[in-house]
Structures are given as structure tokens and as C-alpha cells.
Design a binder for this molecule. Sequence first.
Ligand code: ADP
Ligand code: MG
Length: 388
Amino acid sequence: MTWLDVVAEDDLADGAAALFRSAFGGEPDGVWIAPGRVNLIGEHIDYAGGLVLPFALPYATAVAVRRREDTVMRAVSTRTDESWTGQLEEIGPGTPSGWAAYVAGVAWALQEHRIGGVDVAVHSSVPVGSGLSSSAALECSFALALSDLFGLAVDRNVLIDASIRAENEIAGASTGGMDQNIAMSARAGHALLLDCLDGSTRQIPIDLAASGTSLLVIDTNAPHRLVDGQYGARRAALDTACSELGVATLRGLPLEEAVSGLVDDTLIARVRHVISEIRRVELAVDLLDGGAAGAELGELMTASHHSLRDDYEVSSPELDSAVDAALRTGAYGARMTGGGFGGSAIALVPSDLVRTVADEITSSATRSGLPAPTFLIAEPAGSAHRFF
Ligand code: ADP
Ligand code: MG
């Protein structure tokens, strides 16, 4: 079984600073750190005006950054040999391509605030491309660095918006804003209830240990599939449903009303997922408000998975295998998390069963010829901050 070690913040910062010295020479002006996240419940509804309930992970991205006197930007990362050097004014949709779009895009989105050139070195403990939000961790750590280094007198919402624009417009990934919100607003020991209709948030205390439970994250290590278009297709289906129903949002619409107003079975299934998932988030928040994070919360998670698998059709054999194995071995509940089609699943597990559950998930993946997953334990961590 492979467990992903938590990297202490000073080691993470050291890694970024060491890369900075070897790539650029001299010392960075500072190091900024932002976390990855898991979404406890509320999947594929951020772009549908729904409610989501993510929390930050103790896995994070550190950026070591130094101001320059010109308008050049240079970016390097310990995850790739591919570096980028360019002028701030050449940044735009598709330029740069590749990973540097996520950092360059943030500088681009903040250009009206008179950002100058910078050198940036990245070091991360967030698995990349596993649905644990390495992209927002990168954008948000860098957005905070630019804000501090250039004395931007803006609140975090401006940095959240800049990070979202970087991802949507420069990196070309049309994701919702959940990841950037949690990276910037997380509080240790809390999940963040984010209302995607009006952008309001509420911190929800979550004490897994007090309920004797652990949240096991299962990175399926599934090979990346060609699913481009699936995400857009789901969003488009919801737009079609809204226009057929004559509503601006599915939020607040009773399920029976939505079902009776639609004819296409696939469309009905997609809408059923959205409306039922929003309800599950509300119920999960009620449970957490009451201090419960055990069997009942687990049931909601499992129902969420079935809805994503059957009605929304965004699961995968790897995710289903992990969820089924967890449930067979005593997990309170389990579900895919993130965009789906691979990536990660989560299981709410009585703490004394964590190893048994992880064992069975691994064996069952191996039996089915699937990649062996990587495991980590999620404990709600804090938000993006300056390390030094
Ligand atoms: P996730 O956010 O779930 O990890 P995404 O596909 O949204 O997956 O973002 C992953 C992309 O973000 C990577 O392909 C890469 O371009 C960029 N990225 C994230 N972290 C790093 C890093 N530490 N170094 C270089 N690129 C990174
Ligand atoms: Mg991402």
C-alpha cells in the first residue's frame, strides 16, 4: 500500500527556495503556500448554482518568488523540466501553453494592478491531476505572492477571481470557482459551505476525530482519459434543461416539477443529480452542525456517488471499484470526488478500520487489473498564507 506523506511546511518552503536558488541564483523575496482540497459533498453542482462543501488538505503548493525590475516573468517547478520565460504583455489565452499558464494567467488577470516582472519557483506536495486541486493551489499561492510583493490593496475575493480567470481564460480549463475559494478561505478544523449562486460562505466545524472517523482519500492513479468535452457536455445539458423549464437556475426547483417539465430521459437524469445533490449538501451541513460525522454522513456520501455514477455518468471503473471495496469493508460511506472519469475517491471510515479498508481497495483494484491507488488521510487544514 502506498501512502502519501504530508510534507511539513518548512520542508515545502525549503524545496521551493532551493529550486529558486539553483534556477535563478540568489534568494527569493518570500515563500507563499496554498493548500489542495477535497470536496466532502456537492459534486458537479458548483457551475449549477448549487452548494459545495470542500475542505483544505494538509498537502499544499509553495511558491518562492522575487520581484524583478523589468516586465519579464520566469517560472520553474520541481514537477517538470519545462520552464517558461516570457514578457508579461505576451500572456493571453493559450500563451503560455502548458503548466506555466496557471501562474502567468494570474499575473495577466491582475495586470490592471500594475504587476511587474517576477521569478517564481514551485514545489508541491499536492498530487497533480488527481482531482485534489493542484491547479488552484498553484494559482492561489502565486496570487497571494503577487499581492504582497506589489502591495496590492485588494481583498482575497479579487485574488480568487484572478485565479479563476487564469484557469478559465489562460489555461483554458472551464472549471467552477470552488477550488480557488477553498484555497483562499479555508480554516483549519472546518469545511467551507460555499453557495455558488450568490458566492456566500459559511465555515462549518468538522471534527472527524471526535466521531472516531477518518476521511480516507484514494487517488486511483488512473491513466488520464480523453474526456475533453464531457465536462462541457454536462454544463450544456443543464443549460438546455433550464431553458426548457424556463428557469434561470435549478436551485430551489422541486424535483417533481423539474421531472414533469422535461421529456428527454438523459436530461431528466442530469437534473435529478443536481437537485438531489444540493439537498444532500443541506442534509450534510445539518449533520455537521449537530456534531455528527459518522454513519449518516456516510450514507449521504454513498448516495452522492450513486447519483454521479448513474444519473450524471461521470464515474469510472477505478472510482467504482474503490467505492465498492470501501463499503464492503466497513466504510460509513464513499464517493468519487472532483470532476470524475478517474482522479480520486473519498471514504468516511471508522478510524480503526482505515488500514483494512485501504487494503481491500488495493486488492480489489489489483484483482481487476487496475492501477494500485495512493492513499492519504484528509484533515481540514488552513488557507493560503505567506510562509516567510
Ligand atoms: P488538479 O487541479 O485536480 O490537480 P488540474 O488538471 O486542474 O488537476 O490541474 C493540473 C495542472 O496544473 C497540471 O497539469 C499542471 O499544468 C498544473 N500544475 C499543478 N501543480 C503544479 C506544479 N507543482 N508544478 C507544475 N505544474 C503544476
Ligand atoms: Mg484543478
